[in-house]
Design a protein around this ligand. Structure first.
Ligand code: NAP
Length: 249
């Protein structure tokens, strides 16, 4: 991997973890394309990092394939694909309706699958590339009241491992970062849900899950993503790295 000038696509790059990843990759010399639904947020990030914004609603499978084609046409071949866009809605099983299940799977799994299918074979033809999927601690273990989210992140971990093996001899590596709770809007919503349900301080409750007694930062997640990219990391593939202050240990 020759990183400076290489093209990276970061989904959900307009805010939260995706924005931090976009900024980290741009600081490392990559040309970063950010995607998501909020065109204004994407434009602001793209302007700040000298990148490109291409809006897309990735819960539509065809839009995911269309995004890959648009990047290839308007910017160039994707060397680094970061499947970061995701949603997390919590509900007990009996209130996990078909809509919640379907929209979770559509964005958290199917969009990543569709983008990988559109991008990875071309990476392999060009001799290599990097895919990093934003899974979750919830892709490695179960949590109550999040069956759709947990199932989607376990599926993303499975996709990561399967593609890592399938493309092992191509120069493409496929890995996942599995954060514990991260200090973003998604983390805030989880904290608010806990506060509503238990009357406890939600942030403190989330922090207490980690031996480090804190939430992770988006920048730490971005650093983990970055660590998979250099040539020296080419032996790391099929790994789903927990980034959780020791929670999973
Ligand atoms: P966030 O603050 O809620 O941001 C979600 C991102 O996904 C936004 O950029 C959003 O952009 C994008 N997105 C949502 N729906 C989309 C759609 N239909 N099409 C395209 N993009 C869409 O979440 P975050 O904390 O940064 O999470 C990023 C990733 O990390 C997710 O996959 C999440 O599951 C994972 N993760 C988060 C935590 C945590 O505690 N925060 C922990 C473990 C794993 P638009 O609104 O512009 O579409």
């Amino acid at each position: 991997m020759n990183l400076p000038g290489a093209i990276a696509l970061v989904t959900g790059g307009g805010r939260g973890i995706g924005e931090a990843i976009a900024r980290r990759l741009a600081a490392g010399g990559l040309r970063v394309v950010v995607s998501g639904r909020d065109a204004g947020a994407l434009e602001a990030v793209a302007r700040a990092i000298g990148g490109v914004a291409i809006p897309a609603d990735l819960s539509d499978r065809d839009a995911a394939a269309g995004l890959a084609a648009a990047v290839a046409r308007d910017v160039g071949p994707i060397a680094v694909l970061v499947n970061n866009a995701g949603i997390a809605e919590s509900a007990p099983l009996a209130r996990t309706d078909d809509g919640l299940w379907d929209r979770t799977m559509a964005l958290n799994v199917t969009a990543a699958f569709a983008l990988c299918r559109a991008v990875v074979p071309d990476m392999a033809k060009r001799g290599g590339g990097r895919v990093v999927n934003l899974a979750s601690n919830a892709g490695l273990r179960g949590y109550a009241y999040t069956s759709a989210y947990c199932a989607s992140k376990h599926a993303l971990v499975g996709l990561t491992r399967a593609l890592a093996v399938e493309f092992a001899r191509s120069g493409v590596t496929v890995n996942a970062v599995c954060p514990g709770f991260v200090d973003t809007a998604m983390g805030e919503r989880a904290a608010a849900n806990i506060a509503r349900a238990t009357g406890r301080d939600g942030r403190e409750a989330l922090a207490a899950l980690s031996p480090q007694r804190r939430l992770m930062t988006p920048e730490e997640v971005a650093h983990a993503v970055w660590s998979f990219l250099p040539h020296e990391a080419r032996g790391l593939t099929g790994q789903c790295i927990a980034l959780d202050g020791g929670q999973s240990a």
